[in-house]
Write a protein that binds this ligand. Structure first.
Ligand code: ATP
Ligand code: MG
Ligand code: FE
Length: 335
């Protein structure tokens, strides 16, 4: 089964050809990061316009790299939510046009199901059920992946998403956008024990909250400024990162143990964080849990992960009509 997948939910225009759900024949990503850096974050209107400019070219490249034509395809997969409505609409319209012209089945995919599915690409042995920590720019979910595309949500963030917290703290210490990779990098030169930032205590053991640690960072910076103390960006970054990583590891491993899961995966842009990967690896080794994580290129937004998710939806018989619309607040597990 050959699927062409399209992703345009945020600031990456991406297309990929995926064979039988696990083999990536091409993975083309056109990132708009440089464009949005000027504004310190993604500007939705600019993102939509850029997707329109790039989408045909990206799809053509994905087909050429995979050495296939539209006639070889069995289905079209596309992210239809959640994300920026104008951005999503570009990918959805492209997928519908190809589906209509070539009379190909259309499979709408949940963006976060895509992130989770990124784990299948490099781990042929990984199959549900397993525990998954989803940490991206807009989501922080702890879920049991019961089957392909079937999720039981154990916990979620009460406020900021993990990636959002990285981006906001990076801005506060002057590292710029996008913050996650920059904090990851400068943290390597900092002392993670320099400052003790608070960890949220929540009633529900699997829920998350990152607004407290973010405020603590801001307060720390303001206090330093008022007292005329020097601000060490690397120490702040490393200490913040440690606070977040400790919480993520603690909760994910606790959830895996309590639910008797011997497999734990991470997904989403923050899953490419080197400290998180290292700490999770060590904790899982201690607890005899098999730990899975995608290569960084499959952690952040890409269409290969959408093609993988589309394959399993396709196999289940999921088909969308040519009235498929973008759903900016699509819930995980909804179709
Ligand atoms: P969502 O997937 O929730 O809709 P999104 O698509 O914008 O949101 P992703 O592409 O999955 O998010 O991930 C982007 C986020 O990941 C950003 O917040 C970015 O700062 C963060 N990120 C990327 N690399 C790293 C890293 N090495 N360390 C920490 N955070 C990172
Ligand atoms: Mg992005
Ligand atoms: Fe994403």
């Amino acid at each position: 089964v050959l699927i062409l997948a399209i992703e345009s939910s945020c600031d990456e225009t991406a297309a990929s050809v995926v064979k039988n759900g696990r083999t990536i024949l091409s993975n083309v990503i056109s990132s708009q990061i440089a464009l949005h850096t000027l504004y310190g974050g993604v500007v939705p209107e600019i993102a939509s316009r850029k997707h329109i400019e790039k989408i045909n070219q990206v799809v053509e490249e994905a087909l050429a790299e995979a050495n296939v034509t539209l006639d070889d395809l069995d289905a079209i997969g596309v992210t239809y939510g959640p994300g920026l409505v104008g951005a999503l609409l570009v990918g959805v319209a492209e997928a519908k046009a190809i589906s209509y012209a070539k009379k190909l089945p259309l499979v709408g995919v949940h963006h976060i199901e895509g992130h989770v599915s990124a784990n299948y690409i490099e781990h042929p042995d990984l199959e549900p059920p397993f525990m998954c920590l989803i940490v991206s720019g807009g989501h922080t979910h702890l879920v049991i992946v019961k089957d392909y595309g079937e999720f039981e949500i154990l916990g979620r963030t009460r406020d900021d998403a993990a990636g959002e917290a990285f981006d906001k703290v990076a801005r506060a210490i002057g590292l710029g956008y996008p913050g996650g990779p920059k904090i990851d990098k400068v943290s390597k030169e900092g002392n993670p024990d320099a400052i003790v930032f608070p960890k949220a205590k929540l009633e529900d053991p699997y829920d998350f909250s990152f607004s407290g640690v973010k405020s603590a960072v801001l307060n720390h910076i303001n206090r330093c400024k008022m007292q005329g103390e020097e601000i060490c960006e690397a120490d702040i970054a490393a200490s913040f990162q440690k606070a977040v990583v400790d919480t993520l590891v603690e909760k994910a491993v606790k959830a895996a143990k309590e639910h008797h899961m011997d497999k734990l995966a991470i997904a989403g842009g923050v899953a490419s964080n080197s400290a998180l990967r290292q700490a999770m690896k060590e904790a899982c080794e201690r607890e005899h849990i098999q730990f899975y994580y995608p290569s960084p290129i499959f952690c952040t937004d890409n269409a290969a992960m959408i093609g993988v998710a589309a394959y399993y939806e396709y196999k289940k018989g999921v088909r969308h009509g040519w009235d498929l619309n973008a759903v900016p607040n699509l819930k995980l597990g909804e179709r």
